[in-house]
Design a protein around this ligand. Structure first.
Ligand code: MN
Ligand code: MN
Length: 306
């Protein structure tokens, strides 16, 4: 079997496109590889792949002990394939904090940039590998998705530079228009259950030895999600019970206004939000103001507090 390349569970656009693009890069540089996914596509990613005319990767098959895998857009075991500890990780390309240890040497590429897509574009340039239109399109779409078109504080000059460069290759002249189309697709939550909304961009973290669930729901209009608050809180309670979590949070992010309203399930969560963010809670909602990045703002604050 060839090297299996995949992004994190509950995949976002970067998780899916980085697997597709990195598998292509590896194939072009002499490493036979196949892209897979660890979950269903969200509405934004479906839109992005359709627009680019690219097929979604298949769900990851059962991987035998010792199979070689490459991780993109993640490196935490809790966010990866269930039997990761039995597999042999040969490559990681990521822009999150490092948490895995390995028993053997491997190819590691971590950079504190806004998107895995930006790191991949740099790999193409550094290695003189030709970037095809579809690859440029997917990397650009991931950059616009992860950085909310450069609105997120995770954005770096490299993301802007690579975004402009990839836009030229992909023939995208108006990046804001392109990004808004994606955000509209992402905001289309109409036929999702509350449990699916919670899992759209949901990750588990360990803080102070305990397990916490952190979901993010990005939208151009929060009124729809806020209107389903009671259902979402119930879905959070179910998830908390099922996985024995110390706490669970769902942040509703207004992409255009750059605001974070986090749903507060109960007293455990309220105490943490008040302690970590000095947030005030009203009607089961904590206003975290402009803290729109889970990776750069929310997780470090929780980690520090807990
Ligand atoms: Mn991701
Ligand atoms: Mn990412």
């Amino acid at each position: 079997m060839t090297l299996a390349v995949f992004g994190h569970l509950n995949p976002d656009t970067d998780a899916i496109t980085s697997a597709l693009v990195y598998a292509s890069f590896l194939n072009k540089t002499g490493v036979p590889a196949t892209a897979y996914r660890l979950g269903d596509l969200n509405s934004e990613t479906k839109f992005v792949l359709e627009r680019a005319g690219v097929q979604a990767p298949a769900p990851v098959p059962a991987l035998e002990k010792g199979s070689e895998v490459a991780l993109t857009d993640h490196n935490e075991a809790a966010q990866s394939i269930a039997n990761l500890s039995e597999l042999k990780i040969t490559h990681i390309v990521d822009h999150h904090k490092a948490s895995l240890s390995s028993s053997e040497p491997l190819f590691l590429r971590f950079e504190p940039l806004g998107c895995t897509g930006t790191i991949l574009a740099k790999l193409y340039v550094e290695n003189n590998v030709h970037i095809e239109v579809w690859e440029a399109d997917l990397m650009l779409s991931a950059i616009l998705s992860d950085t909310l078109h450069y609105r997120s504080p995770t954005t770096t000059p490299a993301d802007r530079e690579m975004g402009a460069y990839l836009g030229q290759i992909a023939g995208v002249l108006d990046l804001e228009k392109y990004a808004l189309e994606q955000f509209d697709a992402k905001s289309d939550l109409g036929d999702l259950s509350a449990a699916q909304m919670l899992r759209t961009d949901y990750k588990l973290f360990t803080f102070g030895g305990k397990s916490y669930g952190l979901g993010v729901l990005e939208s151009t209009d929060l009124s729809y999600a806020l209107g389903r608050k009671a259902e979402l809180l119930q879905a959070m309670q179910d998830e908390k019970d099922e996985h024995n979590l110390a706490g669970i949070f769902l942040s509703l992010i207004d992409i255009l206004e750059q605001k974070n309203l986090t749903l507060v399930l109960g007293p455990d969560e309220q105490k943490v939000l008040e302690g970590a963010f000095q947030a005030t809670v009203k009607d089961d909602v904590a206003d975290l103001g402009p803290l729109i990045s889970r990776k750069k703002q929310v997780v470090p604050a929780l980690e520090g507090y807990l």
